[in-house]
Design a protein around this ligand. Structure first.
Ligand code: ATP
Ligand code: MG
Length: 545
């Protein structure tokens, strides 16, 4: 497994050595308003692995201070994703656990003259805030007395005002060069049922106020977040200082992870699901962790990919190919290599006895004998891939079957194609071949070289299977300004129907295989014993030449 090493690790090491902190405590703080995607995995893996590498701990904290889009469905899904990746949070907390303490700290700020109730509307607040070139204008409500603010804030809490009528703001500096410091909103009114606290509260703290408080209460030492929070750090530190929190966590930002041809924003993923462009959050083409899992990706492939993508203070865009690379690396020696035919062409061996089936010993993985062996069936009737036969006269680079040419069938015999059988429209329905009994696999026959080696499946024992082949969901192109919903790749999910060798009676969901000369596959959750369904996780070779 790749080792995690980066600038944050160095900071932690120094903090431990200087005695700034005694142990490392991190948290992974997803908002339970969507399914996690592979970008979130960077945050998750970074938090858990860094703490682990110092013998520290990581909390899972659901950042549920905005009840508008949150739901327990997402809470449960996120817990499962974390478990799937193999992490164990020290505690599972919710931002809403701290509503009472957060409220009391807001009261404390009011008493210190550092917060006030403001009646400006949202639009007015942003207009008064100014911009990078112009200082803000102070709100006319900024100098209310402490007593008045305490009373108004309590009224807010007691539901005396409508949504948007009043907010609580920090009193900092309307001319600060950092716009986040221009009297940011700390609390707003929302009459929305919260998935945990129900109707208890009608005021909810803003992220910038709630998050540092939550970190401090939990004793978080290093609060890692993505780069867009960079210019919120001053406010984070302000809240910790003015609320006089006994623990002082340190916010550190890291770059976000992006992947080529992959949309990684919760909002877009939701739109894909809602517009039925995909079959759900676990559609095998989705970059969600549930999608990657159903597609067949392994936790180790994902972790190694994220670790290898590095971690720095700039956002990075990584080739999706890299993820396939780590999948192949992970599965190469772990999976059995079976034979499957995704687009079948019938082969009839004219000189083989009718009704006879023989079984040949085959290693499950030629590079790892520990995976044992199996019996592969051979008879007069076989299937090969359509693309492994051509009727036209082949050139000398062609290494497959053609009339007059001989190929080796993996784990079986050499066969030579003699003639084709066609239907009334001239389509090939079968290829007549002869086999050479001397060439049986394992006998060391080396008198002739075949024109390549191809896979096959014995027809009478073959299991029917559907193969799902994937390409990137969205077509990315520089000069295409259509919405992403109009840029769905029509080949992103191609279905093929064929056969797989009868390896075992029941193929378990998520069992993974290599199908020889094709790629790595897993068993989809819709698979049934009489109609197997396989998802191609990744082709054997990179499509980038
Ligand atoms: P939104 O899509 O609404 O911006 P979010 O991605 O910020 O949401 P959260 O649930 O707040 O979603 O994310 C949890 C953690 O994952 C945060 O610390 C966030 O910074 C981090 N994170 C999210 N996307 C990425 C990404 N692409 N790369 C790295 N970290 C990410
Ligand atoms: Mg967020």
């Amino acid at each position: 497994m790749e080792e995690i090493s980066n600038f944050i690790k160095t900071i932690m090491k120094n903090d431990l050595e200087s005695g700034k902190c005694k142990s490392i405590m991190t948290r992974f703080p997803p908002e339970p308003n969507a399914y996690l995607h592979i970008g979130h995995a960077r945050a998750m893996i970074t938090n858990f692995e860094l703490a682990q590498s110092f013998g520290g701990k990581t909390n899972l904290r659901f950042d549920d201070t905005n009840p508008a889009k949150e739901d327990t469905e997402f809470v449960e899904a996120i817990k499962k994703d974390i478990e799937w990746l193999g992490y164990h949070p020290a505690n599972v907390f919710y931002g809403s656990d701290y509503f009472e303490q957060t409220y009391e700290l807001a009261v404390k700020l009011i008493k210190k003259g550092l917060a006030y109730v403001c009646d400006l509307s949202q639009e007015e607040i942003s207009k008064y805030r100014g911009d990078l070139h112009n200082p803000g204008i102070e709100s006319p409500y900024r100098n209310r007395s402490v007593e008045e603010n305490l009373e108004l804030f309590e009224n807010m809490k007691n539901g005396k005002y409508a949504e948007g009528e009043k907010v609580l703001r920090a009193k900092i500096d309307m001319s600060s060069p950092n716009i986040n410091m221009r009297d940011p909103v700390l609390y707003r009114i929302l009459y929305i049922k919260h998935h945990r606290t129900q109707d208890k509260w009608c005021i909810y703290p803003m992220y910038d106020f709630a998050h540092p408080i939550q970190d401090a209460i939990e004793g978080i030492t290093h609060s890692l977040c993505s780069l867009e929070y960079d210019n919120h750090r001053v406010l984070y530190d302000w809240v910790i200082e003015k609320c006089e929190m006994p623990n002082v966590p340190q916010q550190i930002e890291f770059g976000r992870l992006n992947i080529t041809n992959t949309i990684m924003s919760k909002r877009y993923l939701r739109e894909l699901v809602q517009s039925c462009k995909v079959i759900g959050y676990d559609d095998p083409r989705m970059p969600t962790l549930v999608g990657l899992k159903r597609r067949g990706y392994t936790p180790d492939a994902i972790k190694n990919f994220v670790k290898a993508s590095g971690l720095s203070r700039v956002n990075s865009t990584i080739e999706g190919e890299m993820l396939e690379h780590f999948l192949r690396e992970d599965l190469k020696l772990k999976t059995n290599r079976l034979m499957a035919v995704t687009d079948p062409l019938k082969i009839i061996i004219d000189n083989y006895e009718e009704g006879k089936i023989e079984y040949v010993d085959a290693l499950n993985n030629a590079e790892n004998e520990e995976l044992g062996s199996r019996k592969v069936a051979f008879s007069k009737y076989l299937y090969i891939e359509k693309e492994d036969f051509i009727l036209e006269k082949p050139n000398k680079h062609y290494k497959r079957l053609a009339l007059g040419l001989e190929v080796r069938l993996y784990h079986a015999y050499f066969i030579k194609a003699n003639s084709v059988e066609t239907d009334s429209e001239g389509n090939i329905i079968a290829v007549h071949c002869t086999y050479d009994p001397q060439t049986k696999s394992g006998t060391g026959f080396n008198e002739r070289k075949p024109n390549g080696t191809i896979q096959f499946v014995e027809a009478t024992t073959a299991r029917k299977a559907q193969f799902n082949l994937f390409e990137p969901l969205i077509i990315e192109s520089e000069d295409d300004d259509r919405s992403f919903l109009d840029r769905i790749n029509p080949n992103s999910w191609v279905i093929r129907n064929g056969f797989v060798e009868n390896y075992k009676p029941h193929f378990e969901e998520l069992e993974r295989f290599q199908f020889i000369r094709d790629g790595y596959y897993t068993v989809d959750k819709d698979s049934q014993d009489d109609k197997l369904v396989f998802n191609r996780i990744a082709p054997l070779k990179s499509s980038i030449k």
